[in-house]
Design a protein around this ligand. Structure first.
Ligand SMILES: *[C@@H]1O[C@H](CO)[C@@H](O)[C@H](O)[C@H]1NC(C)=O
Ligand SMILES: *[C@@H]1O[C@H](CO)[C@@H](O)[C@H](O)[C@H]1NC(C)=O
Ligand SMILES: *[C@@H]1O[C@H](CO)[C@@H](O)[C@H](O)[C@H]1NC(C)=O
Ligand SMILES: *[C@@H]1O[C@H](CO)[C@@H](O)[C@H](O)[C@H]1NC(C)=O
Length: 293
């Protein structure tokens, strides 16, 4: 009797699973979920769909994972720039955030787009071998910070850049990217704003992140679905909502500013003796490698 009962339960469980799978196929399978009230052009975000976007089929339209071009340095490593350059710019208006299905291509008029059309599935947070803009613009829309570095940047600078991302927030995307302005090796992007730098400037980055992160038109902290080329999934820094940005950097950034101010004073004091100034500079570089003085 007991045996029969078990078998009936087992059969019911199997049938239930089959029904669920069929339902899933109906929803996620060969039918695009169209929402007429959706501001993204009718294609609902985050719904995996083989006809539109399932994060696998047709992805080579945005990036061919079999090609190493996007993450390989061909021009030879750039030297560590002696003159440190940076600039930041915000667009007054945003491009429409349409969700575009494959096989339609999405082209941007700007090399560093900070808004615009993108794919319906957004990427998992973290670090990528390469992630195309068609994916990370969706992350920007949700309030994430996108960290881009030129593959020819100095490896030690790239490591510093990564450390800032990892220490500042959970909702970040990091990828190599070649279409940076001349002499610029690093870029930080949020929805409608960008900061580009020749070298990693810790105080600048922390300030940008603290004032501009998590301000996308959609406040979604949920992780994404796309993970092609994902090398390292983002960890939690303060919590999943990133309630505190760059918690470990607070002291570092403050110290960096003190160092910068102090060195500005020393510079004028040591103006007559270049040798003394260089010695001082070397000494402080060892203590504060992230700060240019
Ligand atoms: C897709 O789903 C809608 C509504 O659920 C239905 O009206 C339509 O016929 C379906 N289209 C296809 C091609 O199955
Ligand atoms: C990458 O190459 C493999 C083997 O040559 C092939 O099966 C696969 O379809 C290619 N992927 C893409 C996205 O082109
Ligand atoms: C638009 O993008 C597609 C695929 O990403 C590319 O093949 C095409 O050349 C681009 N078109 C223009 C005008 O840049
Ligand atoms: C550093 O100098 C700037 C400009 O002179 C000033 O606004 C700032 O308060 C100073 N910061 C510290 C920590 O002394």
């Amino acid at each position: 009797m007991k045996m029969v009962c078990l078998n009936v339960h087992f059969l019911m469980a199997v049938m239930f699973t089959v029904i669920l799978a069929t339902l899933n196929n109906m929803v996620l399978g060969e039918n695009i979920s169209i929402d007429p009230n959706d501001i993204h052009g009718g294609v609902t975000m985050g719904v995996s769909n083989a006809v539109c976007d399932n994060g696998k089929a047709n992805i080579q339209i945005d990036w061919d994972p079999n090609s190493s071009d996007e993450y390989t340095c061909y021009e030879g490593s750039s030297e560590n720039y002696k003159v440190r350059l940076h600039s930041s710019h915000c667009d007054k208006t945003a491009q429409q955030p349409l969700h575009i299905c494959y096989p339609r291509a999405i082209n941007y008029t700007e090399d560093l787009p900070t808004s615009g059309s993108h794919r319906p599935l957004w990427p998992k947070y973290g670090e990528y071998l390469y992630l195309p803009p068609q994916r990370w613009i969706h992350s920007l829309e949700h309030g994430a910070v996108v960290f881009l570095y030129h593959p020819c940047a100095e490896p030690s600078e790239i490591e510093k850049f990564k450390a800032v991302a990892r220490d500042c927030l959970h909702r970040y995307i990091l990828s190599p990217y070649k279409k940076l302005p001349p002499d610029m090796n690093f870029a930080l992007l949020v929805w409608q704003c960008r900061l580009v730098m020749s070298n990693v400037d810790l105080p600048l980055m922390v300030n940008f992140i603290k004032t501009r992160a998590l301000n996308g038109p959609e406040r979604v902290s949920r992780d994404g679905q796309y993970d092609v080329g994902l090398l390292r999934h983002a960890g939690i820094v303060s919590d999943v909502e990133d309630s505190e940005l760059c918690p470990r950097m607070r002291i570092m950034a403050a110290t960096a500013e003190v160092f910068k101010n102090r060195s500005a004073a020393r510079r004028s004091k040591y103006q007559q003796s270049d040798q003394m100034w260089q010695r001082y500079r070397q000494q402080y570089r060892q203590q504060m490698p992230d700060v240019e003085i």
